[in-house]
Design a protein around this ligand. Sequence first.
Ligand SMILES: [Zn+2]
Ligand SMILES: [Zn+2]
Ligand SMILES: [Zn+2]
Length: 121
Amino acid sequence: MARVAVLPQKIISQLEKTHLLTVGQIIEKLKKSGNTYNKTSIYRALEKLEIEGKICKENFGESEALYELRKNHHDHAVCTNCDKVVAVECHDHTNKKIPGFQADHHHTTIYGLCDSCVKKS
Ligand SMILES: [Zn+2]
Ligand SMILES: [Zn+2]
Ligand SMILES: [Zn+2]
């Protein structure tokens, strides 16, 4: 029975070390620490964590879905040239003032060019 709760906890601790991870990267990291799980178990654990509000699934443009912890909320700036993702302080508090709507959480993504791509162009 204990095994059911172990996997989500292991995923959380990987996400505490790394900001954003794809499913493939999570599997890779768990394998490196000596834990081999099949994809189905990983997806099931991710789904559970998402429903519990512990993690968020992020989709930036064309890239694969990325997972991150939901605590320590921040927004993201994404470079449209090299797909680099940077965590930025949240300035979007407008969602708290939507009349007749109780906001729970939001995903704000700012698109543009990172410093090194600006220098190259
Ligand atoms: Zn860039
Ligand atoms: Zn993030
Ligand atoms: Zn925000």
